[in-house]
Design a protein around this ligand. Structure first.
Ligand code: CMP
Length: 319
C-alpha cells in the first residue's frame, strides 16, 4: 500500500485497538451485543440494501459491525477550557503551523483553533540517542520536529524515520491506546510538544463540527443513504479525512489496497479500468462518489488507476 494508505491503516488500527479495549470494558452494559468479538452493533439490525450492480464494502454486514468511534472516550466540548500559551517567535509559530498542515489529523481545524493549538506548543529539545516516546506507555504529548531526526521502532525493529517538519505521537492521544512505537532522537533535536488535554480538546471541537458535513456526504452514497442516523454516525466516526492535491494518484492499479474512499469534495478520474478480460472507459467521480471497494470486499488487487483531477478531500475507510 502507498504511504497514505499506510497512515490511514495506522490510524484505523489504533482506533480499533482502542475500541476493542472499550468494548471489553463495557461488556456489562452491552445490551446483548457480542462482547468478546468486539462487535459494536447487531448485524441483523443493519438494513443495508443489496447493491448487486457494484459490490460494496458495506454489503458485508459483519464488516459493517466493525465501524468504531474515532475518539475512544469522547470528550465533552468545554467552552471554559483555556489552552496554555507558550511564547514563541513568529517564525517558530509559522513553522509549527506548516507542520500541522502536513498532518491530516489537523485538516479540519479552523483558523482560530489552529492558532490556539500552535500557541500551546512548548519547546522541548532532545539529545541524540534519547527516547522521546516508549512503545507501550501511556500517551502524554504530541510532537513536531523543528530540527533533527527521529526514528520509529516497533518491537525493536525500525519502521520509519521523520525529520524537520514531521510530527508524531498522535495515535495514543487520539485513540487512548498505548504508544504504538518507540521514538528515538537520531540526532540532537529541536522539538515542540503539546499536551494531550489541549490536543484532544481542540481536535474534538473541530471533529464535531465536521461530523454533520460528513454525514451529509455519506447520505449521497447510494448504498448508505437509507442507513439510520446511528449507523451513519458509526461510519462517520471511523473515517479518516485526507486532502489530496490535483494530479495525485490515490489508487494504483495492481496494488493490494485496503482502503475504501468516498469523495467529500473534488473530482477524480478512474482510468485504465480492467476487470478480468474486460476493459472499461475512463470515469469521472465527484462528491458522493466512491471507489476502492473491490479490493476490500473481494481482496483482489486494485483494478484501475485513480488520479485526482482537482484538489480533493477524501473520506477514507480502512478494512
Ligand atoms: P503514538 O502511538 O502516540 O506514539 C508513537 C508514534 O510513532 C505514533 O503515535 C506515530 O505517530 C509514530 N509512528 C510512526 N510510524 C509508526 C508505525 N509504523 N507504527 C506505529 N507508530 C508509528
Amino acid at each position: 500500500p502507498s504511504y497514505r494508505e499506510g497512515l490511514i491503516n495506522l490510524h484505523a488500527k489504533a482506533r480499533h485497538e482502542a475500541t476493542e479495549h472499550q468494548t471489553n470494558d463495557d461488556d456489562d452494559d452491552a445490551e446483548g451485543e457480542g462482547g468478546g468479538g468486539g462487535a459494536g452493533a447487531d448485524p441483523e439490525s443493519l438494513h443495508l440494501p443489496d447493491d448487486s450492480t457494484r459490490p460494496s464494502v458495506l454489503a458485508d454486514r459483519t464488516e459493517a459491525t466493525r465501524f468504531k468511534n474515532v475518539f475512544a472516550a469522547p470528550l465533552q466540548i468545554d467552552a471554559e477550557y483555556r489552552a496554555p500559551v507558550h511564547r514563541k517567535t513568529d517564525a517558530d509559530a509559522k513553522f509549527i503551523h506548516k507542520a500541522l498542515e502536513g498532518n491530516f489529523v489537523f485538516s479540519n481545524l479552523g483558523k482560530a483553533e489552529s492558532e490556539t493549538l500552535v500557541d500551546a506548543f512548548e519547546f522541548c529539545p532532545k539529545k541524540i540517542g534519547e527516547k522521546i516516546i516508549v512503545q507501550g506507555e501511556v500517551g502524554d504529548y504530541f510532537y513536531v520536529i523543528q530540527a533533527g531526526s527521529v526514528a520509529f521502532e516497533v518491537d525493536g525493529t525500525e519502521v520509519g524515520t521523520a525529520k524537520a517538519g514531521g510530527s508524531f505521537g498522535e495515535l495514543a492521544l487520539l485513540y487512548d491506546c498505548p504508544r504504538a512505537a518507540t521514538c528515538k532522537a537520531t540526532s540532537d533535536c529541536q522539538l515542540w510538544r503539546v499536551d494531550q488535554n489541549t490536543f484532544r480538546k481542540i481536535l474534538a471541537s473541530a471533529t464535531m463540527k465536521n461530523d454533520n458535513e460528513v454525514r451529509d456526504i455519506l447520505r449521497k452514497v447510494p448504498f448508505l443513504k437509507d442507513l439510520d442516523e446511528k449507523y451513519l454516525n458509526k461510519i462517520s466516526e471511523a473515517l479518516s479525512e485526507m486532502k489530496y492535491s490535483k494530479g495525485e494518484m490515490v489508487v494504483r492499479k495492481g496494488d493490494e489496497g485496503n482502503v475504501f474512499y468516498i469523495i467529500k469534495d473534488g473530482k477524480v478520474k478512474v482510468h485504465d479500468i480492467e476487470v478480468g478480460q474486460s476493459k472499461y472507459d475512463d470515469q469521472v467521480l465527484t462528491a458522493g462518489g466512491y471507489f476502492g471497494e473491490r479490493a476490500i470486499v473481494m481482496k483482489e488487487k486494485r483494478v484501475a488507476n485513480i488520479t485526482t483531477i482537482e484538489n480533493c478531500t477524501l473520506l477514507c475507510l480502512s478494512r
